[in-house]
Design a protein around this ligand. Structure first.
Ligand SMILES: C[S@@+](CC[C@H](N)C(=O)[O-])C[C@H]1O[C@@H](n2cnc3c(N)ncnc32)[C@H](O)[C@@H]1O
Length: 258
């Protein structure tokens, strides 16, 4: 559970603050991954830590059934309202990605923007077991920015951006600090200054997250006995394997349910 839920308690501001992404291009890449690596046809997809479910509409437009899981009831309520407005009927689950069971199976699981909120090795193994229960054999688990390839460099603390939209100006800052070296824990701090037509808010969400190093990820995947490693790439581009990257920028990884 997040230590404080400031920005996550205001899904509309979160939605605006992260609205810079090219969602259609991201869904194009999912579909490229299905063609390249999935052993099963993809109809139902599950997003973990779905937040405001930015990909729901585009996925539905392309014929996929969307399911989303999040620990924050405000996020689930926001997505429920949005789905109703759009005439969509997604499956939305209030749950913890560290340990969950669903009453149905899915063909593809994804997790965006480093939202892998596990705090220990047992957490990560329980998480992989949970994903294995939900995902059909041959299906892919796609992880965006969840593996820490930059373990030997100082954490970047310069990620700041401002968006003005729908009468709201929002400045977002992402900071990463070391929380516990022995336990390999980092503190993710997301702050936002909001000016909503003159109404000002300062919001902050802090999460403690277990840093997952690349070789450790491979060992954990092997230990789970449920997945095979498919690959990892830089910059959301299947022509850029991590092994050739000079500088890491938004890496992705894919494993497949055995
Ligand atoms: C960075 S945001 C969401 C990212 C979203 N998928 C996107 O692409 O914008 C992180 C979300 O993770 C949720 N979260 C945090 N810890 C969680 C957990 N243990 N299980 C499920 N969701 C969690 C938060 O409530 C928040 O909505």
């Amino acid at each position: 559970m997040p230590e404080s839920t400031g920005l996550y308690d205001h899904p509309r501001y979160y939605d605006l603050g992260f609205s810079f992404r090219d969602i259609a291009a991201e869904v194009d890449l999912f579909e490229d991954a299905f063609r390249r690596f999935s052993r099963i046809p993809v109809r139902r997809v599950l997003e973990l830590s779905c937040g405001v479910a930015p990909h729901m509409k585009e996925l539905a437009r392309r014929g996929y059934e969307y399911a989303g899981l999040d620990i924050n009831p405000n996020m689930i309520a926001y997505v429920t309202d949005r789905a109703e407005t759009l005439g969509l009927r997604p499956r939305l689950e209030l749950g913890d990605m560290r340990d969950f069971s669903l009453p149905y199976e899915v063909d593809f699981v994804f997790i965006m923007c480093g939202s892998l909120y596990v705090q220990s090795t047992p957490d990560m193994l329980r998480h992989l077991d949970s994903v294995a229960r939900a995902l059909k054999p041959g299906g892919l688990y796609f992880l965006d920015w969840c593996i820490n390839f930059e373990w030997c460099t100082a954490p970047r603390t310069d990620q700041t951006w401002t968006i003005e939209k729908e009468g709201v100006k929002i400045s977002v800052q992402f900071n990463l600090e070391v929380a516990d070296r022995a336990e390999q824990l980092a503190r993710h701090i997301l702050t936002a200054q909001v000016d909503d037509g003159g109404k000002k808010l300062a919001l902050e969400s802090t999460d403690i997250v277990r840093v997952i190093l690349p070789q450790e990820f491979l060992l954990l995947v092997e230990k789970s006995q449920a997945f095979e490693f498919i690959g990892w790439w830089n910059n959301w581009d299947f022509t850029k394997p991590i092994e050739q990257a000079e500088r890491i920028d938004r890496p992705i990884a894919i494993i497949r349910r055995m």
